[in-house]
Design a binder for this molecule. Structure first.
Ligand SMILES: [Zn+2]
Ligand SMILES: [Zn+2]
Length: 253
């Protein structure tokens, strides 16, 4: 087991001793989210075009909006306005509980299964759906990277753990530590949306094998403007990637 994982487990153990675990929904002891409250998490039944916000089934960018993006689309499992979801994400981010990572990944899997069953019932819907929903050939999972400095400060990359769990459970290979963040900048959440694109430009580099014929699923916890995901998509497509989709726990803002 990697060293950082041991630290996380030890940290989980110590936190559990100091702060007893309670369900964030109902207060039941022993779990961060009990089975009943897990069912209360609201899965998005509709997605949106990242640019014009028009609702659609699979989060793809409309043909017109696509012209300004490298990304093919973003799927968000839930909404950050859902209090339970935002509490879980905060709990995960600030305390890095591996148990919460499992809950969030289960939520994303539940959401994907929902989408998948729609495609099975209505095969015509396949058009416009990311192919990994029904055929996983040539797809890889990649976490949105953090800068080294931020990683040191936070101690972990929240997207990486989610990506690892999802890769295992979906049986889609993981590409890790090849897309890296080279520029340190202010957190995106603290600046307005117009400036986000400039702030993130030139922040990433890809230092890995060719991505020719590969499709990528980028994992992040929350998507807002999508400019971080789009900047990653730009770099990955420069290295030969075909389709690049974002897959996130929640849509914020
Ligand atoms: Zn509960
Ligand atoms: Zn659009």
């Amino acid at each position: 087991m990697p060293f950082s994982n041991n630290i996380s487990l030890a940290r989980d153990f110590i936190f559990d001793l100091i702060f007893p675990i309670e369900c964030l929904g109902c207060g039941e002891q022993g779990k961060w989210l009990c089975g009943q409250c897990f069912k209360k998490l609201e899965v998005n039944s509709k997605q949106r075009c990242l640019n014009c916000k028009t609702e659609n089934d699979f989060g793809g960018l409309c043909p017109e909006c696509k012209k300004n993006f490298y990304l093919d689309g973003v799927l968000a499992a839930g909404n950050y306005e859902d209090k339970l979801i935002s509490q879980l994400i905060k709990q995960y981010k600030y305390y890095f509980s591996l148990k919460v990572a499992d809950i969030l990944s289960d939520f994303v899997l539940f959401f994907l299964r929902n989408l998948n069953s729609q495609i099975i019932l209505l095969p015509a819907k396949r058009t416009g759906a990311p192919r990994f929903l029904f055929k996983q050939n040539n797809y890889c999972i990649m976490p949105v990277p953090l800068h080294k400095r931020r990683l040191r400060w936070r101690g972990f990359n929240q997207s990486e753990k989610l990506a690892k769990i999802l890769s295992k459970k979906l049986n889609i290979p993981l590409i890790n530590n090849q897309l890296i963040r080279t520029k340190y900048n202010r957190p995106q959440a603290k600046i307005n949306s117009q400036k986000r694109k400039n702030n993130i430009s030139g922040c990433f580099q890809y230092q890995g094998d060719s991505l020719a014929k590969k499709n990528i699923i980028l994992i992040d916890d929350v998507v807002t403007s999508g400019s971080t995901l789009d900047e990653c998509a730009k770099i990955l497509k420069e290295k030969g990637a075909q389709k690049v989709w974002g897959l996130c726990v929640a849509r914020g803002g």
